[in-house]
Design a binder for this molecule. Structure first.
Ligand SMILES: O=C(O)CCC(=O)C(=O)O
Length: 186
């Protein structure tokens, strides 16, 4: 598991989430991360359900910086104009409905114009051998549970540029041994 968050859109104008892809926020060593959303209440079209653009996860990865170079976290207008927004699917549904989107899928949602809040619980998972790239975006701040392997143990192996690296154990909790310690301590 990588990330867990609750997106609550308040009634009467709870904010839109502008069109974006997730992978730019927390780049990984592959494109396997996907986010599972669960609506904790009934969500209809007025409540700003998630909108997804089918197939867009196979396409371009957009620059989410503003023109002035600051981080905006949203696609810019010219990129949005090039999309066919008529193809957007709005994922409304009764409480308990589940949404799943890949980290490269273009998605977002409009404001909540209804009288009821819209609670969406989001959890992100990746392959066990997909690793967040530290030093970029949210990867350093997603918390202790981030990277915990669900239902197994980490293999410490990662494939980069087509080459598999059988990595060392994770020493983040107990400190790294020296190379002499590793090689002579049997
Ligand atoms: O809350 C939503 O409607 C979309 C959430 C989302 O895309 C995100 O948090 O990355």
């Amino acid at each position: 598991m990588f990330e867990l968050k609750l997106n609550f859109k308040w009634a009467n104008g709870g904010e839109a989430v502008e069109w974006h892809q997730d992978i730019q926020f927390w780049p990984h060593t592959d494109f396997s991360p996907l986010t599972i959303g669960v609506y904790l209440d009934d969500v209809n079209a007025e409540m700003g359900p998630m909108g997804v653009l089918p197939g867009s996860h196979h396409g371009k990865l957009y620059n989410l910086y503003r023109e002035d170079g600051s981080w905006g976290g949203a696609m810019n207008d010219s990129d949005i104009q090039a999309l066919n927004l008529d193809d957007m699917r709005w994922l409304d549904g009764p409480a308990g409905s589940v949404t799943v989107h890949n980290c490269c899928l273009v998605h977002g949602s409009v404001a909540n114009s209804s009288l009821r809040p819209r609670p969406l619980l989001l959890q992100t998972y990746s392959r066990a051998d997909s690793y967040p790239i530290l030093g970029i975006g949210a990867n350093g701040v997603t918390g202790k549970r981030s990277g915990v392997v669900i239902g197994g143990t980490a293999q410490q192996s990662v494939t980069v540029d087509g080459r598999e690296i059988p990595g060392a154990p994770d020493w983040s909790q107990r400190g790294a041994p020296t190379i002499f310690g590793s090689q002579h301590d049997k």
